[in-house]
Every structure is written in structure tokens, then in C-alpha cells.
Design a protein around this ligand. Sequence first.
Ligand code: PMP
Length: 353
Amino acid sequence: MKRHNFSAGPCILPKEVLLKASEAILDFDNGLSLIEISHRSKSFVDVMEKGRALALELLGLEGKGYKALFLQGGASTQFMMVALNLLEKRAGYLNTGTWSDKAIKEARIYDDIYEVASSKDANFNFIPKSYDIPSDYDYFHCTSNNTIYGTQMNSFPDCDIPMVCDMSSDIFSRKLDFTKFDLIYAGAQKNIGPAGTTLVVVREDILGKVSRKIPSIMDYKVQISSGSMFNTPPVFAVYTSMLNLEWLKNLGGIAAIEKENNKKAQLIYSEIDLNPLFKGYAMKDDRSKMNATFNLTNDNLKETFETMLKEEGINGLSGHRSVGGYRASMYNALPLDSVGVLVDIMSDLERKA
Ligand code: PMP
């Protein structure tokens, strides 16, 4: 049976990337496996450099003073690392969900954090729009896509202090003026590659301004000067991410995938809006094109709907426990056809009910 993988992350990756990655496990460099050679060998250093360069190229940030790093510890480590490297007195955070909340909690260990706005009272079903970002703060932090709630920022504030963005669940999915951001981070396990590495893209001139001592491995400047190899990098995750970025480039880059992502989002949201058996969770203006969250309007149909999903090979549609219902994660590698199969099931349910 063909499976349709709507998993929220780790998530679907292109078949050709999986094939190439699996070949490299057996034979990457003249009969040696990718995971048994030195990370300092020329063949792996070339992979790391290519991955870093591809990330900057796809984001349109080449030659603009940015460096890309493949680090470890997931996006969750960035919650602390951002604060260690940039927080001197006070920073402003936009609280749009669990992950922003966690970023705030970790940064508060080091200094003062001000929530510029929050949608917590509405269980994060929208993105706050009007707020001020004081110009004497060290930086402003936001989360571009809220994986759990299915909301996404459609616009970003103009701010005259560094802007830091957690783009874990929508990086490389849509065109943005990425020069607006001074630091972007993203756990790999959605649109980048397998879990195990985190992409950090940072404008070098915002670094080196805090007075605290930063442990070497947590210091972006140290990571940059060691070529993203301060310690042994997660070679498999970095290699597979490089292959996936290459796949995206060959497809036509972010502009090309954005068109596909728009079609997928259009398809699922029009079904959610037309079919009386379903109700979207996020406010319409703030709906995410990566994670569509919705509920059944009649709980008695739960078993029938879930049996139909199973019969058609739909995987990973359960909503996060803090929202319930369903969440269709439609990352870059998910084909439009898979969304078509899901939408057919939803309209079949309406016919049957
Ligand atoms: N930020 C966002 C927006 C996420 O979706 C996630 C995980 N899904 C995280 C941060 C945490 O990432 P990690 O598990 O890599 O620490």
C-alpha cells in the first residue's frame, strides 16, 4: 500500500535523497561508508562546505556577511545559544506557541526577557500583530511557523535591532527577504534533512558584543572559525541535509517549491472550509502552509474517519496533544497527490455521513 506521510517531524524526505543517503552508508568513498571515515577527510569536509554554501545560496544570502553552520542539540539548544551570544541586558520575544514559550524560558536563565505580545490566552490560534519593539533591546525573537498550532507569520516587523527567527518548521518553504533576519535557526528534521543537526545562519557582525564568557561549543564565533567542526559533526545528518538542499536547488529552489506548497495549502484549506464536518483550528489570516490543524465537528465520526485514513495509507495525521484533532503537515517533500488523497477521504466522509 502506498503510504502518505503527513508526519510533523521528523517527516517525509524525497525518495531520491533517501536512496543516495542509504548508498553512502555502504559506499561513500572508495568502498568506505560515510559513517566510518574521518570527518576531517577531504570527502566529508567537501560535504560540509557544500551544505553550508547551498543553505546560503538558497536563502539568497551568499556574499552578504552571513555564515551557515550545521550544529547539534536541536533547535532547543538554540534557545539557550541565542541568549548566550546576544543577550546583554534585555530582549523582546513574540510568544506564538509552545516553542516560543520554551525559547523565552531558556533565555530568561541569562537575562531579562520581555514578551512583546502573546496569543497564549487563545491557546495560540493566532499571531499577534500590533506590538512595539523597543529600539534599545539587544534583539527581537520570533517563531515563523508554529508547528503545533498551525499558525504562520505572514509578515515580519521592521525592527532596528537584530531580528532572530526560529524557522524550524518552514525554512526553505517560501520566499522571504531573508536579509531582514540577523540570525535564523532551524532543527533539520522538517525541510532540511534528518534529525541530528540544526542549521544556523547568522550575520557575523552581530556577534562578539556581549560581555559574558561563552563556553566554546556554544560560541557562534568559535563554530564559525572552526568551519562548523568544533567537534565531530553528525556526519549522516549533515550529508543527508546537503543532498536534500541539492534536491531543492535542482527543483528550482524556494520559488519553485513555494508554488507547490501554495497548491497543497489551497487544496486542504478549501476542503476544511467547504466541508461542514471539519473546522480549522487557526484563525484564517494566520493559517500555516506547512501544518494545517483541524477538528471534526462531530466526534461520533472519529472512528469512521480514522479507519478511512488507515485504509488509504495516511500516516501522522494526529494533532499535537495540546490542540487535539488533526494536523496535516505538508512539508516540501510531500507530494500534492498525498494531499489529494486526504481531501478525497474528507469529502467521502461527508458523503457517507
Ligand atoms: N521550534 C519549532 C518551531 C519546532 O517545531 C520544534 C520541534 N518540532 C522545535 C523548535 C524544537 O526542535 P528540536 O526538537 O530540534 O529541539
